[in-house]
Design a binder for this molecule. Structure first.
Ligand code: OGA
Ligand code: MN
Length: 306
């Protein structure tokens, strides 16, 4: 086979030498080989969301894992179109980014089938009841609703960083009680006592402002945020409502309109999200995986005690 360009020659040399390697050395070399092909990204809005155009095989081999982690934090949301991955492949893609989250929710080796989560129609961060919310969540469209059912994302880093400096400092001193009651009360305003008691098992005190290892800070608000510690509830609701309105302005929001074979991954530590209403008889169905968190969402007291 004639070789026309330097790039082709390099690629052929790499392929030959990579194929002659074994195990881990071969995996590492493959990563280097793929990395020669630049990750193609398209900004979906100025402040949030990037679409990536990428070879599906390279994705599964983790060729862009470092770039993806960096892009998730910088752009909040990564959208990939036209990838026909089955659950094993989605799990493998998730595992390239970090540890696949397991637990009661994720029955199927880390996979959760999402059809109708009453709390998900309102802006929220996943896992605020836990001290280590997932770093990232991945959703793949299995059945798309013909109308509605879009997922919206808001950049909570950008929203925080645009606030006046004195307000940033003040907000950084506050703590918030997150409860399942707050999240579910919109959808289920009059629960049975039994249901209410199940909710009671899911709550926690979290800082209003998440200080990340990078030194950057983001807001942690949304439907699970019940009230601010040591503040009158009237003022507390007003502050949370004002921050929610600020963070969900159009300039911080990307709305994903799902098509079949879309995969979307978001940085759950630097964004909030919600699904827009859709007709349940449409059969909308998503498969979800989550990447374990590595940054605790903990108050100074909780961190000190750790
Ligand atoms: C979720 C979620 C939104 C959607 O799975 O955590 O909020 O679009 N889903 O289904
Ligand atoms: Mn969610």
């Amino acid at each position: 086979m004639p070789i026309d360009t330097v790039e082709e020659r390099c690629e052929t040399m790499l392929t030959v030498s990579v194929d002659s390697m074994e195990g881990r050395a071969r995996d590492r070399a493959r990563r280097v080989q793929w990395r020669d092909v630049l990750l193609n990204t398209i900004d979906l809005t100025p402040a949030i969301g990037s679409e990536v155009v990428v070879d599906p095989q390279a994705l599964l081999e983790g060729a862009y894992a470092d770039e993806f982690r960096e892009l998730l934090i910088r752009r909040g949301v990564i959208a990939i179109r036209g990838v026909d991955f089955d659950d094993d492949q989605l799990r493998a893609l998730t595992a390239t980014i970090g540890e696949v989250r397991q637990g009661a929710l994720y029955e199927n080796k880390g996979m959760l089938e999402v059809v109708h989560i009453p709390g998900s129609y309102f802006w929220h961060v996943d896992g605020t009841y836990t001290e280590m919310p997932p770093f990232a969540t991945l959703l793949a469209a299995r059945v798309v609703a013909p109308e509605g059912g879009e997922t919206e994302f808001a950049n909570t880093y950008a929203a925080f960083e645009d606030l006046p400096l004195d307000e940033q400092e003040y907000l950084s001193t506050l703590e918030v009680v997150h409860t399942m009651k707050a999240a579910h009360n919109y959808a289920v305003p009059e629960p049975s006592v039994e249901r209410f008691q199940t909710w009671q098992g899911h709550r926690g005190v979290r800082p209003l402002v998440w200080r990340h290892k990078s030194g950057r800070r983001s807001l942690v608000i949304g439907a699970t945020a019940s009230h601010i510690v040591d503040m009158h509830f009237v003022d507390s609701h007003e502050l949370l409502q004002r921050l929610l309105a600020h963070t969900t302005q159009d300039k911080y929001v990307y709305k994903h309109r799902w098509k079949a074979r879309d995969v979307v991954i978001w940085d759950n530590t630097g964004t909030m999200h919600r699904v827009r209403p859709f007709d349940l008889s449409s059969g909308r169905r998503m498969h979800r995986f989550a990447v374990e968190g590595t940054e605790p969402l903990a108050t100074a007291l909780q961190l000190g005690a750790a």
